[in-house]
Write a protein that binds this ligand. Structure first.
Ligand SMILES: *[C@@H]1O[C@H](CO)[C@@H](O)[C@H](O)[C@H]1NC(C)=O
Ligand SMILES: *[C@@H]1O[C@H](CO)[C@@H](O)[C@H](O)[C@H]1NC(C)=O
Ligand SMILES: *[C@@H]1O[C@H](CO)[C@@H](O)[C@H](O)[C@H]1NC(C)=O
Length: 447
């Protein structure tokens, strides 16, 4: 059997390690931190969050009990039919977690926010579009819902591999505003580069949104009770069942490489030997390169966000075009409904890819939606990607978290590492079949 030593692990990598464990690999999991989840931890109590951001003094009494708070450093929601939920189901981590659906999904247009319409009925009811626009958008949604690559009759002359998305929009005569919210709040693209790519990917993404939404209503997004920090803990417990070892508080002194290939990891003077190594970029500075910067602002509010019908949790996407940018701005809002804040308090986290020397003013359109803000904590972090793809070294490095507020890009990275490690594609369908044979059907959300 092949031996793996796998370490520093942020949330993105943990599903991969679990999958490796489930597949019978021997996994050692080392983390320099004393808590699970590294960059993607949930911080509790609130006092610790204040310390982390060097805020003077203790949180005011109005913030309630510090223990009621579990604040994600990197907020993300799970698409109900998305890849992370599929990985959670395959690995059975769902038995340690409880999810609740996010109450609303909104999009910004000309300074105001609107509920994202993604079904025919919602499209017809939406105030986001004029009457004729609605009809055209409805036609487009029906086309996407029926689109089946294996059935040319459903494609209406659109070739998924050659027709660009720009041409598909043209075919349905959709206006710029409708294109903006379709591409950014349904297909969840971060930039407009997809417009000139073949439409297959965009159509699949819109289907994913609609099918996720159909799952639980309200929104396509799920979020675990007590915060994202619950995910790595669930994975750690699961990995133990499969014989994996999980060590916190393990400083990594050296990655030992012989003849260009990793042979082990040195921690506290001892070498744990391995044949392959997976880690995040923070552990291996000489094999990664800077790919960008992300700004994230954690805002504590005492009110729900105006225009969201008092939703206790929601996502807002500000398409780049609406605010003359290249990258979208995202807002994730959660509260005591998901057991992450004291009653009557709301955590809204704003994030985007940095484009200028003044990142804080870049997120102003989002901050304006949240006013008044009781407490704001801003972090700007560098993003890295691997320069060593691991062919020779057998060191597999993940990408830093991007600004998106869902896990789809993280899962793409996991699949990419999986392919580099094993030489074969990650086959969801096959793993799901095996899992179903063992455990029968399961569902993610209790809702
Ligand atoms: C969330 O907002 C939608 C409309 O934007 C509304 O229909 C729904 O009732 C709200 N849900 C809650 C729980 O407030
Ligand atoms: C800010 O982000 C960097 C990089 O992700 C991280 O190392 C640092 O701990 C963060 N700072 C705070 C206060 O969370
Ligand atoms: C390394 O792996 C990548 C992707 O798996 C592949 O495209 C590339 O050709 C490989 N390089 C070498 C030197 O084997």
């Amino acid at each position: 059997m092949c031996r793996f030593s796998l370490y520093p692990v942020d949330l993105g990598l943990i599903p991969l390690l679990c999958i490796m464990s489930v597949k019978g690999k021997k996994v050692l999991h080392m983390d320099r931190n004393s808590y699970y989840g590294a960059e993607s931890a949930s911080i509790t109590p609130l006092e610790d969050l204040y310390k982390r951001f060097n805020l003077p003094g203790e949180p005011p009494e109005s913030m309630g009990k510090g223990r009621d708070w579990n604040v994600d450093l990197i907020p993300k929601f799970l698409m109900a039919n998305g890849q992370l939920v599929r990985m959670l189901l395959i690995t059975q981590v769902t038995r340690y977690l409880e999810f609740k659906v996010i109450e609303g999904s909104y999009v910004y247009k000309k300074g105001k926010i609107y509920k994202v319409p993604s079904t025919e009925t919602e499209a017809l009811a939406s105030s986001l579009m004029g009457l004729f626009e609605k009809r055209r958008f409805r036609k487009f949604l029906v086309f996407v819902a029926n689109f089946d690559e294996n059935d040319p009759r459903t494609m209406e002359g659109v070739d998924p591999k050659t027709t660009t998305m720009r041409d598909v929009y043209k075919k349905f005569d959709l206006s710029q505003d409708v294109i903006d919210f379709t591409g950014h709040s349904l297909a969840l693209y971060r930039t407009d580069e997809y417009l000139d790519q073949p439409c297959k990917d965009a159509i699949e993404r819109i289907k994913l949104y609609s099918e996720s939404l159909a799952r639980y209503g309200k929104s396509p997004y799920l979020y675990p009770l007590y915060g994202l920090g619950e995910l790595p803990q669930g994975f750690a417990r699961l990995s133990a069942i499969y014989g994996g070892t999980y060590m916190l508080n393990k400083p990594i002194e050296e990655i030992v490489v012989e003849n260009g290939k990793v042979v082990g990891v040195k921690s506290e003077g001892e070498i744990a030997r391995c044949k392959q190594l997976i880690c995040d970029p923070s552990y291996i500075k000489d094999r990664v390169t800077k790919v960008g910067q992300v700004i994230r602002a954690i805002c504590i509010l005492s009110h729900t966000i105006a225009g969201t019908s008092d939703n206790n949790s929601c996502q807002i996407i500000i398409p780049q075009n609406q605010v003359n940018r290249k990258h979208d701005i995202y807002v994730c809002m959660i509260s005591s409904t998901h057991n992450v804040a004291a009653k009557g308090k709301y955590i809204a986290i704003v994030s985007t890819t940095v484009e200028t020397n003044d990142p804080e003013s870049e997120i102003k359109p989002a901050l304006d939606l949240l006013q008044p803000i009781e407490q704001k904590m801003v972090n700007i972090s560098e993003q890295f990607g691997p320069t060593d793809m691991g062919n020779e070294s057998q060191i597999f490095i993940s990408r830093s978290y991007d600004a998106t507020t869902h896990f789809e890009t993280t899962c793409d990275d996991i699949k990419d590492i999986y392919r580099r490690m094993t030489g074969s594609d990650f086959d969801f369908a096959e793993m799901e079949r095996k899992q179903k044979d063992t455990f029968g059907d399961v569902d993610a959300a209790d809702n």
